[in-house]
Design a protein around this ligand. Structure first.
Ligand SMILES: Cc1ncc(COP(=O)(O)O)c(C=O)c1O
Length: 398
């Protein structure tokens, strides 16, 4: 496949707008839509319950999709649970692990987390009398690893994002995973902004739980997410949701849970979504993660260089090896929403605001940022148009 031309051909919207809001959600290539269409048009039925051939086919495709996800993150088949999104996956971890905590236990995270990897721990800490501690870091999002080592010592759980959606920083999750492993702490990874953009290998990361969404990097549909549960936790993790599909046997006195992964998936799942997610993963595997990463690096290099030339302040690590495809910036004195509206008038879609990472915005002492985020289908030409529009915008401010 030619990058980005062939991918752009599969995504008609790329010829209509410059889509730089990939951190929020990515565009959908035709093969993903076709895979879902096929389910809805040809074998639309529920999974796991039917003897008839449509149900058999739907079950086969749904479980085949789980296998695609498992291989994608180097997990075992049973360790992959389909959820709605990253937020739901992380909430499930906090709820399902509640019983292992005793008052005074410590949870360690970072000040850069998305609200979805912060609020569940805050609530859990409040409920169980736990201490929530934050690894020190600078304004670029670079973590102080010796502080991490100190704080992780004796911690019960460590929860970190792989990549920050607000600053674009790639955190040292492998090192943090080793620290957690050495201390016997549970290691939870929020891979919402890394899955589909770079390698995510649950074994290399020594993750006990890992969450990501189908609609971001993997180019799948909305409404489908993944929770990886390391098999060592199958008996410890208490499924927060139970009911249809989660049991081996039931009588009026009680029930016996099914084996994983069914144990953790209550009710009718998002069958079409799982099938679409698998199609998205196959699609990005066809492109190759290394090529996705190098295209995004090329674009980020040019965006940051261009913003520097225009003297537009941008955030995140200066070391671009640590900078994923997300560039947050500001055009003082304009409000980030005004900048986003002006860019929209010129057909460029960017995000503005606090990006569900208010502690980061507060740490920087600003009221938000404008965020341009790329995927493999974005082109250098689009970046040049964006920089040209930014130049115009600045000229009009003078
Ligand atoms: C780092 C990070 N974690 C979690 C989420 C939540 O993802 P979702 O809205 O798909 O649940 C996001 C979304 O932007 C994110 O960037």
């Amino acid at each position: 496949m030619r990058i980005p031309e062939d991918v752009r051909r599969d995504i008609p919207l790329t010829s209509e707008v410059i889509y730089f809001d990939n951190t929020a959600t990515s565009l959908t290539p035709k093969p993903v839509i076709e895979a879902m269409d096929e389910y809805y048009l040809r074998y639309r039925a529920n999974v796991h319950r039917g003897v008839h051939r449509l149900s058999q086919m739907a079950t086969h495709k749904y479980e085949e999709s789980r296998k695609v996800v498992a291989d994608f993150i180097n997990a075992r088949f049973e360790e992959v649970v389909f959820t709605k999104n990253t937020s739901e996956s992380l909430n499930l971890v906090a709820l399902g692990m509640e019983d292992i905590f005793r008052p005074g236990d410590r949870i360690v995270t970072t000040p850069y987390e998305h609200h979805s990897d912060l609020l569940p721990w805050q609530r859990l800490a409040g409920k169980k009398g736990l201490r929530l501690e934050f690894i020190e870091g600078d304004d670029g999002g670079n973590l102080d690893l010796s502080d991490a080592e100190r704080k992780i010592r004796g911690a019960k759980l460590v929860a970190v994002q792989h990549v920050s959606n607000a600053l674009g920083v790639i955190h040292e999750v492998e090192e943090l995973g080793k620290m957690a492993e050495e201390e016997g702490a549970i290691f939870v990874v929020d891979a919402a902004q890394s899955a589909g953009h770079m390698e995510v290998d649950v074994r290399k990361l020594e993750a006990d739980f890992l969450a990501f969404s189908g609609h971001k990097g993997p180019m799948g549909p909305t409404g489908i997410g993944v929770l990886y549960i390391n098999e060592e936790f199958f008996e410890v993790f208490e499924p927060p949701l139970i009911g249809g599909g989660t049991i081996e046997d039931v009588d009026l006195d009680g029930y016996m849970p099914a084996e994983p992964p069914e144990r953790f998936e209550a009710g009718t799942p998002n069958i079409g979504g799982a099938i679409g997610l698998a199609a998205g993963i196959r699609y990005i595997q066809k492109i190759g993660l290394d090529r996705i990463e190098s295209q995004e690096r090329k674009l980020v290099k040019r965006i940051t260089e261009g913003l520097d030339e225009l003297e537009v302040p941008w955030y995140g690590p200066r070391d671009l090896k640590k900078h994923a495809g997300v560039v947050s910036f500001n055009v003082p004195p304009l409000h980030p929403h005004d900048v986003a509206a002006i860019l929209d008038e010129r057909n460029i879609m960017v995000r503005s605001g606090h990006h569900c990472a208010l502690p980061v915005i507060k740490k920087l002492g600003i009221n938000g940022t404008v965020r341009a985020s790329v995927h493999v289908y974005n082109s250098v030409e689009e970046v040049e148009i964006f920089l040209g529009v930014m130049e115009d915008l600045l000229r009009n401010l003078e």
